[in-house]
Design a protein around this ligand. Structure first.
Ligand code: T3D
Length: 260
């Protein structure tokens, strides 16, 4: 196996991206950032890619920022690190033209936890855990955590997780609705790739629009949310995938979706 800090592999219509610095629990270095964002950009630009799975090598998913990376650690301006690396990464994940699944194979801490949670669907191994490690080093949650956590688990749990920096086991993360699913360790990759393959044959454009309208709807009045639904359905209703979906249903055959 290559020792590049990010590995990219194709499984049919699915791109599998693996964070690959297992000795340091796949914590983010500048070198890793330099490969991860382009890997996502490439998947986004390739119309044959219809789903992405993000995972980690070894016993961790990602322990957040590599606190020892000379290229980043002890930076005089930590905000600049966020702007340079975590804003583009978070924005890319939230606007991918295909669904992104996090297959959380082990501990996900700091920015590593929030990058996982920014993915559309999070599946974690039973031995995995999530840690908002920031408070322990004198920071606030970043990589989108301040926006995401209260939306996922509510203010009370978000604040307690962020203030204590306590480890949240995957089973508990599923129980409180922070992630979609917790599965046996041995089943993680089959489950994640199986789901990715299922999503890959669904109408990508509609899936991505679903992400957009759900996120936007959280900040809207009810009437405005209905308007957004109507506008979005108007656009999707004119697209080829809708015609194909209805035709396939009526003909009792599998649909072949192409829009992206
Ligand atoms: O510029 C900026 O910093 C701003 C950006 C901030 C974004 C952030 O992500 S801030 C949060 C950074 N992350 C952390 O604070 C988490 C630090 N890690 C831990 O607390 C623990 O490693 C874990 C709880 C995640 C796992 O604990 P455990 O006992 O399972 O493993 P370990 O022994 O601590 O770690 C294994 C190795 O990975 C170890 O190296 P060694 O001793 O075997 O050579 C450890 O030093 C290394 N490692 C783990 N996390 C990091 C790391 N090395 C560098 N940076 C890390 N974040």
């Amino acid at each position: 196996m290559s020792d590049a800090p990010v590995l990219v592999a194709r499984h049919g219509a699915v791109t599998l991206i693996t964070l690959n610095r297992p000795a340091a629990l796949n914590s983010f270095t500048a070198a890793m950032h330099a490969l991860l964002l382009p890997a996502l950009e490439q998947a986004a630009a390739d119309s044959s890619v219809r789903a992405v799975v993000l995972t980690g090598a070894g016993r961790g998913f990602c322990a957040g920022q590599d606190l020892a990376d000379p290229a980043m650690a002890g930076a005089a301006d930590v905000g600049a690190v966020i702007e340079r690396y975590y804003r583009p990464l978070g924005m890319r994940l939230r606007t991918m033209p295909v669904p992104v699944i996090a297959a959380v194979n082990g501990v996900a801490a700091g920015a590593g936890a929030n990058i996982a949670l920014l993915c559309d669907i999070v599946i974690a191994a039973r031995s995995a855990s999530f840690i908002q490690a920031f408070s322990k080093i004198g920071l606030v949650p970043d990589a989108g955590g301040t926006w995401l956590l209260p939306r996922l688990v509510g203010r009370a749990r978000a604040l307690a997780l962020a203030m204590t920096g306590e480890k949240l086991p995957a089973e508990e993360a599923q129980r409180i609705g922070m992630i979609w699913q917790c599965v046996d360790d041995a089943a993680l990759m089959d489950t994640a790739l199986g789901l990715a393959n299922k999503l890959a044959v669904m109408p990508s454009k509609a899936l991505v629009e679903t992400r957009r309208v759900l996120d936007a709807g959280m900040a809207m009045e009810f009437a405005d949310a209905i308007t957004l639904e109507a506008d979005t359905q108007r656009e999707l209703g004119r697209a080829a995938d809708f015609a194909e979906g209805v035709a396939a249903f009526l003909a009792k055959r599998p649909a072949v979706f192409k829009d992206r």
